[in-house]
Design a protein around this ligand. Structure first.
Ligand code: UD1
Length: 341
């Protein structure tokens, strides 16, 4: 049974990926410092899979602990690196914290991995690297734009660091996955996103408004050049996204990669406006959502959706679930969360 290290394995995408890895028979070592996650997520993973993953709780900025991790799990066959701070607004206020956290942890892991027997690495990147792309859908060849935020910059710099390592060593194999907008929750209703404080992202804001935790959703702008004036994004179900990580990891282990550094967009290929998302949510939940149009949010782009051809053809992966599936699962997760608290 191959063993994989999943950093940030109790976070939103990390926990769903851990579930999929366990379901496919892999052994998982979850590393998480609980800075933006809770220990109950470990039990939730166990209740879904019947297996409690190995858990190592520490901050990846602690170089000696990263070193210990790789000594203890020297039989690891690959690392999926999710652990990172991800609040765009906070990164603008505290840039050094973001650079320190997201880059130091990445560098320490890469140092250890370079000295390990198996050097397979999957990196959580983001479509934010494209900024406001000129051509839609966005292909992997689209130019990387000047980052809008320190958070976005840590993803760009992270990709560059990995690219440089791959250039110097043929033994090092990496894939950067550029996520579009991950949403949804596990179909069991037992695993999902746990935003700290007031949600910044659209879907948790919608579900918290629908359940009465927030008074109303503010729709940021209806004067964009889109189908109804509101922003368009490519919303992808987190379980589809999780599955793509496993396909990517297998590609590296089976030496199917075409070069030792590859990049894939992970999205559905379909763009939906904020108003379309609201409508779809109202349909699946049967709840009328209180919302109001307000000004644009600074730093927002108009439209972004993925060209999924490369992931479809080369990874053999494609998103299976619809926007409605994802919204229903997010809603079931919200209901479950509030009923039990
Ligand atoms: C945001 C981040 C992006 C990050 C991604 C991770 C910003 C500017 N961008 O992307 O860097 O990679 O999350 O998931 O924060 N919206 C509303 N009202 C709300 C919230 C959102 O109308 O209360 C709209 C936005 O204007 C946008 C769409 O909903 O058109 C999606 O927003 P969001 O979920 O925050 O994702 P992004 O802005 O695409």
């Amino acid at each position: 049974m191959a063993k994989f290290i999943v950093t940030g394995g109790l976070g939103f995408i990390g926990s769903h990926t851990t579930v999929e890895l366990i379901d496919q028979g892999y052994e998982v070592v979850v590393v998480d410092d609980l800075s933006n996650s809770t220990i109950e997520t470990l039990d939730r993973i166990e209740s879904i899979t019947g297996v409690k993953p190995i858990f190592e709780q520490f901050d990846l900025r602690d170089k000696s602990k990263v070193s210990e991790l790789f000594k203890k799990h020297s039989d690891q066959q690959g690392v999926i690196h999710f652990a990172a701070s991800k609040a765009v607004g906070e990164s603008v206020e505290k840039p050094l914290l973001y650079y320190e956290n997201n880059l130091n942890s990445l560098i320490y892991i890469l140092q250890e991995l370079s000295a390990s027997e198996n050097k397979n690495f999957i990196f959580s990147s983001s479509c934010t690297v494209y900024g406001e792309a000129e051509i839609l859908p966005i292909t992997e060849d689209a130019p990387v734009a000047l980052a809008e935020s320190p958070y976005g910059n840590t993803k760009q710099i992270g990709e560059e660091i990995i690219r440089d390592i791959c250039k110097t060593s043929d033994e090092f194999n990496a894939i950067a996955l550029r996520y579009f907008n991950p949403i949804g929750a596990h179909a069991s209703g037992n695993l999902g996103e746990l935003p700290l404080g007031i949600p910044q992202n659209l879907i948790p804001y919608i579900t918290q408004t629908a359940i009465g935790l927030r008074e109303k959703l503010l729709v940021f702008g209806n004067d964009y050049n889109t189908i109804d004036g509101t922003g368009v994004r490519d919303y992808i179900h987190v379980v589809d996204l999780a599955k793509a990580h496993i396909v990517a990891l297998k590609r590296l282990i089976d030496n199917k990669n075409k070069s030792n550094y590859e990049i894939f967009n992970l999205g559905t290929g379909k763009g939906n406006s904020v108003l379309e998302v609201i409508q779809a949510f109202e349909k699946v939940s049967n709840v009328k959502l209180n919302y109001e149009i307000t000004d644009r949010r600074s730093g927002d782009i108009e439209s972004a959706y993925a060209d999924t051809k490369k992931a479809n053809e080369e990874l053999g992966w494609k998103a299976e679930m619809s926007l409605e599936d994802a919204l229903l699962h997010s809603w079931q997760w919200e209901l479950n969360l509030r009923q039990n608290n």
